[in-house]
Design a protein around this ligand. Structure first.
Ligand SMILES: Nc1ncnc2c1ncn2[C@@H]1O[C@H](COP(=O)(O)OP(=O)(O)OP(=O)(O)O)[C@@H](O)[C@H]1O
Length: 376
């Protein structure tokens, strides 16, 4: 569904230029749900905008839904849905009318567009709200309408740029419940960005992490965590005086890394907690430092990012890619991939459509419109 090689985008800025995306290589098979993660400014939106033809690459190639983004952008737009960070619907028309207009923009007959509008309203549980204007909807309802707009032409692949940002936890869960129906009921390929790591962890079968415009990790969340982060043990010795000794013992465990002492607790990262914990407790007993409590935790995707870059995703929020490709920058971090390729599925049906021209100017297009709406 997505096949990108060396996709690169530079922006001219005062006094230089910014390499927002540096040689993106990506293959996404049909039916896969992929989370695209990275700190602010990592290059997620720029990548999405190139893959959805909203922005012309500076160099590199991408074939999306079987069409080349540069040679046949209209063909790409006819086959994909794109839901940007901002709302796609205006405030003037009723939800159903917005959807019908969107369908017509994609080349559907008015009767077909009406049918599709009703289908997507039902799919997103919006039928009771069909006559409301978008401005009167709640944040979660409006986000579902955005997604409906991206689906009206029945794309086999949908790009969602931060679909749940700014929503309360209940609305986030609701939006995801609907997005996942696309996968289970229609085998839609879903490519989304998010700042919520637990969403990537639970919703995606594959996680791609980008930093400074380059992919630095790619695989299932579990495999990335196993291979790149490891489990964490936290043991509190019965006597505070035993903490230093307990930390020394921890450092000698097989594959031990990142030994920390926080208050009276020793933390250590190990490849597999199930074997390391009994080993650690036995070694502590042998050293005369019995444990009062012991806990093991699975790593998070943030731990994966930390182990790859030395920063947490949240610490990196202000990070921006350097203005050039100077060697030795964090952008040199090699890609790590988990060895088990995620499962594949089947793409959904497609409809013909038109759409907006790619932005070759380099100006940011931050609109949240679905890819076809520019044709209105
Ligand atoms: N039109 C532009 N002109 C100049 N620089 C830009 C432009 N668009 C993006 N950039 C820069 O390119 C880099 C990547 O931006 P991008 O928006 O793709 O990151 P992101 O990962 O989507 O960030 P966020 O999570 O904050 O949305 C950033 O340094 C950004 O400032």
């Amino acid at each position: 569904m997505i096949h990108a090689r060396g996709l690169t985008r530079r922006f001219k800025i005062k006094g230089g230029d910014v390499a927002a995306v540096r040689g993106l290589d990506l293959d996404v098979p049909a039916g896969q749900t992929v989370a695209f993660l990275g700190p602010n400014g990592a290059g997620k939106s720029t990548s999405l905008r190139m893959l959805t033809t909203l922005l012309a690459p500076t160099s590199g190639t991408a074939v999306v839904a079987g069409r080349d983004v540069t040679a046949d952008p209209a063909g790409v737009r006819a086959r994909i849905g794109y839901v940007g960070q901002k709302n796609g619907a205006g405030d003037g028309f009723r939800a159903r009318d917005e959807l019908i207009t969107q369908g017509c923009c994609y080349g559907l007959s008015r009767a077909h567009a009406r049918r599709r509008a009703d289908e997507v309203l039902e799919l997103l549980d919006l039928l009771p709200l069909a006559r409301r204007t978008p401005g009167t909807l709640s944040g979660g309802q409006r986000r579902r309408l955005d997604i409906a707009l991206g689906l009206v032409h029945r794309p086999g692949l949908i790009f969602l740029d931060e679909p749940s940002t700014g929503l309360d936890p209940q609305s986030r869960a609701d939006v995801w419940r609907h997005v996942l129906r696309l996968r289970t009921e229609y085998d839609t390929t879903i490519f989304f960005t998010t700042h919520y790591l637990e969403e990537a962890d639970t919703m995606a079968e594959r996680v791609v992490i980008i930093d400074h415009g380059r992919v630095i990790a790619d695989g299932t969340a579990d495999r990335l965590k196993d291979e790149l982060a490891g489990d964490r043990l936290a043991v509190t010795p019965a006597e505070a005086a035993g903490v230093t000794r307990a930390a020394e013992v921890a450092a000698r465990l097989a594959g031990a890394a990142e030994v920390t002492v926080t208050g009276g607790t020793v933390g250590v990262r190990v490849p597999d907690a199930r074997t390391a914990m009994p080993e650690y407790l036995r070694a502590l007993d042998a050293a005369g430092v019995p444990a009062a409590s012991a806990e093991m935790t699975r790593p998070t995707l943030d731990d994966v990012f930390l182990s790859l870059t030395g920063r947490t995703l949240r610490e990196s929020d202000d990070a921006r890619p350097p203005a050039d490709d100077a060697p030795g920058t964090p952008a040199e971090t090699p890609t790590r991939s988990a060895s088990d390729a995620p499962p594949t599925g089947r793409g959904g049906p497609v409809d013909p459509a038109g759409g907006r021209a790619p932005d070759a100017s380099g100006d940011a297009d931050t609109s949240g419109t679905a890819a076809g709406r520019g044709a209105r």
